[in-house]
Design a protein around this ligand. Structure first.
Ligand code: PDD
Length: 282
């Protein structure tokens, strides 16, 4: 396996970064998770747009142009000979000193990892995941803006720990006002009486690329979709609940906090959206 390490291609065992890298010391950096389907990078430009917007927002100088970054992604995929897989693109503030001042980090550091991926077994897409709501709250735009896909994932890790303790696949995070925001690494949707709902991103959700693809698919299929704030009550009483994300794609939820959702397996609209999603990616 070959890793892109700031302009060089090195073996996985040799892919090392400085202990003075501010991505390591402070979580100071940004990243993207991207899929390759049949040799094509899914929505590459959208991922790069989000990455470069995140960089601009945190005043991180990108060492590569968007075209150079795309070339680096393609070359890393080529060297690893993968037609289907997952790309993790990381840009840290780079090596500096122990102080947190980013002025001490003259150059950002780029890492690209490409590997195979299977986060859920195929049955999970039919049967649905169990889920729970958890206590960590999603930051609102007045704190660290959820639109920035930053390397600071501690809150998401705390969510994942609670999911693990509850023995479930993904958890539901609320914002500080109690509205449903998203999962630890997925966006959330519910379906009620034929209408699809997802929280608007200002509630405290990443503007997911998969979320965007599902919103487009709903329009194409003539399914009514509303971006509206909702609460756990709406999740418990929904006909269907599902998560979306680059790694998870479209995964149904069959139970939330002990309440069975719909028939207790992937509902018809969720299954249809997953089928249609898999058609557009391949
Ligand atoms: N997840 N919300 C959070 C907090 C995320 O980390 C992610 C991405 C999403 C879904 O966004 P997208 O559809 O653009 O992947 C929502 C990881 C990194 C992933 O699935 O690769």
């Amino acid at each position: 396996q070959w890793i892109y390490l700031n302009g060089q291609y090195v073996k996985k065992e040799d892919a090392k970064i400085s202990v003075y890298d501010h991505g390591f010391l402070y979580g100071d950096g940004i990243f993207e998770g991207i899929r390759i389907y049949g040799g094509n990078i899914f929505r590459c430009r959208e991922h790069l747009d989000r990455l470069y917007d995140s960089a601009k927002s945190i005043m991180l100088n990108m060492p590569l142009s968007m075209t150079q970054m795309e070339d680096a992604l393609c070359e890393t995929i080529r060297r690893n000979g993968l037609r289907d897989g997952y790309i993790r693109l990381i840009v840290s503030r780079g090596p500096g000193n122990l102080g947190l001042d980013p002025l001490r980090c003259p150059e950002a550091f780029v890492v690209i990892i490409v590997e195979q991926l299977a986060i859920y077994p195929e049955e999970a897409y039919r049967d649905g995941l169990r889920s729970v709501s958890v206590s960590p709250r999603r930051n609102l735009p007045d704190a660290l803006n959820p639109k920035i896909k930053s390397l600071n994932y501690l809150n998401n890790i705390l969510v994942k720990i609670q999911a693990n303790l509850a023995g479930v696949g993904e958890a539901i995070m609320l914002n500080s006002q109690g509205y449903v925001a998203e999962g630890s690494s997925d966006n959330i949707f519910i379906v009620k009486r034929g209408v699809v709902y997802t929280p608007p991103c200002y509630i405290g959700a990443l503007e997911g690329i998969t979320r965007g693809a599902i919103i487009e698919l709903c329009a194409k299929l003539g399914l009514p979709l509303r971006e509206e704030p909702f609460t756990l009550h709406d999740v418990y009483t929904a006909d269907e609940v599902f998560f979306t994300g680059t790694a998870a794609e479209v995964i149904a939820v069959r139970e939330v906090d002990g309440r069975i959702i719909g028939e207790g397996r992937a509902g018809p609209l969720t299954s249809r959206l997953l089928d249609e999603f898999r058609k557009i990616v391949t």
